[in-house]
Design a binder for this molecule. Structure first.
Ligand SMILES: [Zn+2]
Length: 413
């Protein structure tokens, strides 16, 4: 099944279809609902709700969970219903330093998970053999058969062709070459009956941020800052990709063409290089911290961003000089991004989600110097420091579950 089918369903052709969709969506919250509940949530008539619930019970998508305790008008105990589609979705994280598999049920509850550190194997065949074996082990242990799987999502580094489920290229596995048919490898393992989805890790994590938004129409930039720097531009509840799927590869925005370090993309002065941990370590080695700095207790090659932000929180001026430089880089990025996207909210996930208040105040101060942004309405900057692998897995599973709920045949007689 091509990835393009994961797009939102077209506008429903009939009112019946639209009503059924609205009614079923009430059951996506893992709760039990009575007919009266659904009527008050949707504003749809009681008779239509009753018929739709009956329709979904007939398909095995809803089941009765019995009569409730409370009574409705007339003292009759209401019958409750819940979502009961017994399938699973699997998210596979194929990251540069970690392989992780998580099975969810269709209510986005985690069924089982396994993850382990790895070095990306030299060939995709070897990588997907790992996936096959680990999936088989989990499926046997938890009694999941292949026909129980609704869909599989793969989160990877690199540029993805979403339509054809192809990994175009990743700097983390250059020996794999270009245009790797990852969707085909997944189909060989899980069969033709599944729905497949392949996404860049930064975007998969961003999808999880998107799924939790209370205001879906907000313009949001999610910045994924861990092994690389990428992200997602979210507009009208959708992640923008562009012709070559490169919208969001924000680490490769050139901020300083005179910089001497060649980036893996072939350019000089990419943001990703300017704010890298390698650059931080090099800088510390070239100009060591004074003894008063907490950073002086560490070998330069072992310092990471967490150490730096920790020292900055202690008001260490050596650390703060560097934090101020990093904040300048990100403020310049956000200034430039604002001219083409103008986000209301920026969400940092990964390493920079650990940034201290000093970093944040430096970014905001620098942004205010840009007169077009000095209207008194600061860009909202959020530091979301949740575990990336959990966000990633949920993002992928969410895409597959959305696909299920947007299927036309679900609502047809
Ligand atoms: Zn680059």
């Amino acid at each position: 099944m091509p990835g393009s089918e994961l797009k939102q369903a077209a506008v429903p052709s009939t009112l019946k279809h639209h009503n059924r969709e609205l009614i079923l969506s009430c059951f996506r919250d893992n709760q039990e609902h009575s007919v009266a509940d659904v009527v008050s949530r949707t504003g749809i008539s009681k008779l239509t709700v009753m018929r739709a619930i009956q329709f979904f019970c007939g398909k095995g998508i809803l089941v009765s969970s019995g009569k409730g305790e409370s009574t409705e008008q007339g003292g009759k105990k209401p019958e409750y219903f819940r979502f009961a589609y017994k399938k699973y979705v699997l998210n596979i994280m194929m990251w540069p330093e970690m392989l992780g598999l998580t099975f969810f049920d269709m209510n986005l509850r985690t069924i089982c998970r396994s993850s382990f550190p790895w070095i990306i194997p030299a060939s995709p065949e070897r990588a997907f053999t790992f996936v096959r074996n680990e999936a088989a082990r989990l499926m046997e242990e938890y009694g999941i058969s292949q026909s129980d799987i609704y869909g599989v999502s793969l989160s990877t580094s690199g540029i993805v062709d979403y339509e054809n489920l192809v990994l175009k290229y990743s700097v983390h596995s250059p020996e794999w070459g270009t245009d790797i048919p990852v969707g085909k490898y997944l189909e060989d393992i899980f069969g033709k009956g599944c729905c497949y989805f392949v996404e860049n890790a930064g975007k998969s994590i961003s999808r999880s941020v998107l799924s939790e938004q209370e205001e879906p129409d907000k313009r949001i930039l999610v910045l994924f800052t861990t092994w690389g720097l990428s992200g997602a531009f979210i507009e009208d509840g959708r992640i923008l990709n562009g012709r070559d799927s490169i919208i969001g590869e924000i680490g490769h925005m050139v901020l300083d063409p005179s910089d001497g370090e060649l980036c893996s993309c072939g350019s000089y002065g990419c943001l990703e290089r300017l704010v890298s941990v390698a650059r931080l370590r090099k800088s510390i080695a070239a100009a060591p911290p004074p003894e008063s700095s907490p950073l002086s207790k560490l070998a330069p090659e072992s310092v990471n961003l967490q150490h730096l932000f920790f020292a900055s929180r202690q008001e260490d001026s050596y650390a703060r000089d560097y934090v101020s430089y990093l904040a300048d880089c990100f403020a310049t990025l956000l200034r430039n991004v604002s001219l083409v996207f103008n986000p209301e909210t920026v969400v940092f996930v990964g390493d920079y989600a650990q940034a201290d208040e000093y970093f944040d105040s430096c970014v905001q101060k620098k942004l205010r110097q840009f007169r077009y942004l000095a209207s008194g309405r600061d860009i909202e900057i959020v530091y979301d420091d949740r575990a990336l692998f959990e966000m990633d897995a949920k993002g992928g599973a969410h895409a597959l579950i959305n696909h299920f709920f947007s299927r036309e045949d679900l609502y047809e007689d």
